[in-house]
Design a protein around this ligand. Structure first.
Ligand code: SAH
Length: 247
């Protein structure tokens, strides 16, 4: 039997946003390695799986990536059906690419299964259309958090004219605000900050670029949250009317 690992997205939190393919993988799993942003409620689809929690939350306890790699490899080589379950989509700031590469290099078959990424879910739950004819021709997903010295090209982001969706931005709100303003983005650019997207605990803070850090502080915004920065963030209702009128 070939060693195989499923790298599966569990979606943003709402268990109903799981794909049918993810459900099938959980159903067949012998071992599930679960990140701490995954809603444990999705484990109801497991029949008899051993569940191992491997937290990797920024700033909190975390399991070294190398340990996770070796654990997956060990179980896969034992012939077990291994599911690596990640919050959102495995390949959006989820190290899915990295893990798939590492496993394939060692002869393990990998199947990647999409999940709904938090940024898309959060925006949709708040009635924000991330693209909209005449307003936003695209979406850029970025993370404000890096472990290396790589920099974001803030000017390109500010001038690109796409809606920005920022992951892992709560601890970096001041920097994001300052960099985008310095790069020439309008001070009144609408911002939506969405905490716990898709969960019953979801909260939403509407603001503008020039005051988003203060507003987030007053709102006591906490991680996990995504930021939607762009004209569409102010268009929840207006968008609907515009599209209907131009149809
Ligand atoms: N692979 C995940 C992202 C992991 S990075 C995905 O595709 O969604 C972790 C970051 O994702 C958090 O810091 C936060 O910015 C965002 N995030 C994850 N779940 C979230 C949720 N339910 N609500 C808001 N943001 C969330």
């Amino acid at each position: 039997m070939n060693a195989k690992v499923w790298l599966v997205g569990a979606g943003p939190g709402d268990p109903e946003l799981l794909t049918l393919k993810a459900v099938r993988a959980l159903h067949e799993a012998d071992v599930v390695l679960i990140d701490d942003l995954v809603n444990p409620a999705v484990l109801e689809h497991c029949l008899d799986a051993r569940v191992v929690t491997v937290g990797k939350r920024g700033g909190c306890r975390s399991t070294p990536q190398d340990f996770i790699h070796r654990l997956m490899l060990r179980y896969a080589r034992q012939g077990k059906c291994v599911v690596r379950l990640k919050g959102g989509d495995p390949c959006i700031f989820g190290r899915g690419g990295e893990e798939a590469f590492w496993l394939r290099e060692r002869g393990v078959e990998v199947e990647l299964v999409n999940g709904i990424t938090a940024g898309l879910s959060g925006a949709t739950n708040c009635d924000i259309p991330l693209t909209l004819r005449g307003v936003s021709r695209g979406v850029t997903l970025v993370t404000a958090h890096t472990q290396d010295d790589s920099c974001l090209n803030w000017r390109a982001l500010a001038e690109g004219g796409t809606t920005l969706v920022v992951y892992m931005g709560v601890a970096k709100l001041g920097e994001i605000q300052q960099q985008l303003l310095a790069a020439g983005m309008d001070a009144d650019m609408p911002v939506a900050m969405i905490e716990n997207a898709s969960l019953l605990t979801q909260r939403e803070c509407r603001s503008e670029l020039s005051c988003m850090q203060d507003d987030a502080r007053d709102f006591a915004l906490k991680s996990p949250a995504i930021l939607v920065i762009g004209r569409v963030a102010a268009m929840a209702q207006a968008a609907h009317a515009m599209v209907m009128a131009s149809a």
